[in-house]
Design a binder for this molecule. Structure first.
Ligand SMILES: [Zn+2]
Length: 129
């Protein structure tokens, strides 16, 4: 079996570039090359859940009359280093830079994510205003 590298993370909270509502490309594992929407971001563990991808099948047995037995499919968290953010402007998977620019409806200066490929602001679809 290939050596699996264990990640020893520093205790400080690594800021994730990926947020809920983003589209990402999976770059490793069995779902490599697939794209999906982030349904949950878990910055504490640097993981994200991609809707419909990295599925684990769980076998459950029936319980009484309410729960049917069978196979439940559940999206498992995936490490952010295994996905690439897709730019909302140019549609390419990209690394992310940060900048302060006027953004949002009120045009206030905000810290935004910048696509390293087209240098435009990557939209934050879930921004609560
Ligand atoms: Zn771009």
């Amino acid at each position: 079996m290939a050596t699996k590298q264990k990640e020893k993370k520093p205790l400080h909270l690594a800021k994730m570039n990926i947020k809920r509502g983003d589209t990402v490309l999976i770059i490793t594992g069995k779902d490599r090359g697939k794209e999906g929407l982030i349904s949950r971001a878990m910055p504490q563990v640097s993981k994200v859940i991609v809707e419909g991808l990295n599925i684990a099948k769980k076998h459950v047995r029936p319980q009484g009359q309410t729960r049917q037995g069978g196979i439940i499919e559940k999206a498992m968290p995936i490490h952010v280093s295994n996905v690439m953010l897709k730019c909302t402007e140019c549609g390419q998977p990209t690394r992310v830079a940060h900048d302060r620019r006027p953004s949002g409806a009120d045009g206030k200066m905000r810290s935004v994510r910048i696509c390293k490929k087209c240098h435009k602001v990557i939209e934050d679809r879930m921004r609560s205003s």
